[in-house]
Design a protein around this ligand. Structure first.
Ligand code: FE2
Ligand code: FE2
Length: 218
């Protein structure tokens, strides 16, 4: 399909080798693979938490669209992203049904909450800064989710889930790149690279408290 402008999301797919090396995500601390031993003891819990992570990812992208309708390419790429997140939600839900498990109520995500609070106190109050901070907040969650899916896919005994998480890892890596790239594109007058380094440092300071529960970010 020809469009009058170039879309970033489609041009920025990360290949599997790049994800495996993980350097592309620039996370400061890797997840201890022993976290998977905790997850494996309660598959219903991880799947429920995961399903709601996908719902929250879709909701967050809709919020960005709602607040920034003038950026046509951003709106179009995030609409595509919303569809992918809803599709992920459905895939997780289908696995839950197939296994005779139940989708529980939405879980609080303390990790995301800490990033959200950091986002709220960041920026200079301008609209541009608000957009950049929201995009970096989104990129941060995608990067860590991608890393968690990688750790799951490489360590979980359940073969169906290992394949599933490998596929999702690739998709979330693409979302990470989309958010970062739009932060750079629309962060006019903002040192986005510096802000991203600060986001990475903040994430490093909180992630040490996680990796102990059977949730995607727990
Ligand atoms: Fe997703
Ligand atoms: Fe995503």
């Amino acid at each position: 399909m020809t469009r009058g402008f170039s879309r970033i999301g489609e041009a920025n797919k990360i290949n599997l080798k790049q994800i495996k090396e993980m350097g592309v995500l620039r996370l400061q601390l890797p997840t201890d693979p022993r976290w998977v031993n905790i997850v494996e003891k309660n598959i219903e819990e991880i799947l429920t938490d995961h399903a709601w992570c996908e719902q929250k990812a879709a909701t967050n992208a809709i919020t960005i669209i709602t607040n920034n309708p003038e950026h046509q390419d951003l709106v179009q790429d995030l609409l595509a992203l919303v569809k992918e997140e809803v599709d992920h939600f459905e895939q997780v839900h289908n696995i839950i049904i197939k296994r005779g498990l139940k989708l529980g109520r939405e879980r609080k995500d303390e990790y995301v909450n800490e990033l959200y609070q950091y986002m709220k106190r960041s920026g200079d109050g301008s609209r541009v800064s608000g957009l950049v901070e929201r995009l970096l907040f989104s990129a941060m969650i995608e990067a860590r989710s991608c890393e968690r899916f990688k750790v799951l896919s490489e360590n979980i005994q359940d073969e169906e889930l290992a394949v599933f998480y490998r596929e999702l890892m690739e998709s979330e890596a693409g979302h990470y790149t989309t958010f970062i790239t739009y932060a750079r594109k629309y962060g006019v007058g903002i040192d986005v690279e510096k802000r991203w380094r600060e986001w990475l440092a903040f994430e490093e300071s909180i992630i040490t408290n996680y990796g102990k529960n059977e949730t995607i970010h727990g």
